[in-house]
Write a protein that binds this ligand. Structure first.
Ligand code: XIL
Length: 374
């Protein structure tokens, strides 16, 4: 009798579980919600990498299945002096990703910013020759990519090389080497880890001129037989720019070149914009003015609702194009972590991410999880 009851009970439980998983299953985390669609990633700072920010780490482990280092893999930090590499932080970052079974992204190999000064000059302070700069690029890329071969799955090989009008940024890499520096960087990275995914990454990617410039460059590289796996759209957005339509056009245009599309550095500022700045030039800075920091004591409900709508609209767009998009990465865990508090004006209080300063998921997280089922 007892045995019979047990069997009936377990059958009922199985039935209950089956119907729950079929009809009412609600993913409880972002990574579950997007599991068969795209990776959902996050940028880690040093406090997270070194496990000092335990509350932040709990969020990372629950919600994200891909990580990228916010700063510690930039050349300034990896090779502050020529030939003297410092891998402590980056090693720890990669170990954390492996321990937690995460898709690890390396950011970034070649970028005009956060590159040590020595990279471009000789001992007298004059620009080095084309040959020397190519050799330095090769040595940096080869050393870094080989170290994490098979472990870092994708690299932002070149960051921010195209301007809004589609022309090349006149960076030191460009002026000393010429546009070839991009092809060379991809080739060096490919040689060091033939299996790694290789990306071109940039901001303001929904601006028409930049969109066309990037499409042209990627097409050219592919025609030359260079491996380019994906294009990263940074996604440092505002409440009223860019339009969803422009962003969508870029997803479509990049995808049409035959590469994967990634949203690599998503955050949405709610703060007023000093000047006409719509991009993410890290070297651009404006003086602090109190009027430019309106929400230091809290975010009004009306603005919170706008932000929520904006995030939901963008995630709807990502879902619509899930076949083209392989990853969506948030540029930080909580609002407190965000670089937006200090850029382009130092010392403001912004609310650009999915988790608040108390480490709580904002209501929009539940909404984003909800729409993933539709
Ligand atoms: C930012 C970091 O978030 C800041 O901590 C740092 O001071 C400057 O760089 N585009 C990029 C990122 O590719 O590496 C930048 O990250 C933001 C803009």
């Amino acid at each position: 009798m007892k045995k019979g009851a047990l069997i009936i009970c377990s059958c009922l439980l199985t039935l209950l579980f089956a119907s729950y998983t079929n009809d009412q299953y609600k993913p409880s985390s972002l990574k579950d919600a997007f599991k068969n669609k795209f990776y959902i990633g996050v940028a880690l700072n040093l406090r997270q990498i070194w496990a000092k920010d335990t509350a932040g780490l709990a969020i990372v482990k629950k919600h994200f299945n891909s990580i990228v280092a916010e700063n510690c893999m930039k050349s300034m930090n990896l090779q502050p002096k020529e030939g003297q590499f410092q891998f402590r932080d980056a090693d720890q970052f990669v170990a954390f990703g492996e321990q937690n079974n995460m898709y690890i992204i390396g950011h970034t190999l070649i970028w005009h910013s956060q590159t040590p000064r020595w990279f471009f000059v000789d001992e007298k302070g004059n620009d080095v020759s084309r040959e020397v700069l190519i050799q330095r690029m090769k040595s940096h890329i080869t050393t870094v990519v080989s170290r994490y071969k098979g472990r870092v799955k994708g690299w932002d090989v070149v960051n921010e090389a195209i301007l809004d009008d589609g022309s090349y940024r006149k960076s030191k890499f460009y002026t000393i080497i010429g546009e070839d520096f991009i092809r060379l960087a991809f080739e060096f990275a490919h040689a060091a880890d033939p299996d790694a995914e290789l990306y071109y990454n940039d901001f303001s990617m929904s601006v028409e001129g930049k969109r066309n410039g990037v499409v042209k460059m990627v097409t050219q590289l592919k025609n030359q037989g260079v491996k380019v796996t994906g294009v990263g759209m940074q996604g440092h957005l505002g409440l009223d720019y860019p339009t969803l339509g422009d962003f969508e056009k870029s997803i479509q245009a990049f995808s049409a070149t035959g590469v994967k599309v990634m949203i690599t550095e998503l955050d949405i500022t709610v703060l007023p914009n000093p000047g006409q700045n719509r991009g993410a030039e890290v070297n651009l800075n404006y003086d602090y003015k109190k009027a430019m920091n309106p929400y230091a004591d809290g975010l009004p409900k009306s603005v919170e609702m706008k932000l929520q709508q904006r995030y939901v609209d963008f995630f709807r767009l990502f879902l619509k194009h899930q076949e083209k998009i392989s990853r969506v990465t948030l540029w930080g865990v909580t609002d407190e972590d965000s670089w937006r508090n200090n850029w382009p004006v130092f010392g403001r209080t912004d609310y650009p991410l999915l988790f608040d300063r108390q480490f709580k998921a904002k209501p929009m997280v539940e909404m984003i999880v909800g729409i993933s089922k539709k």
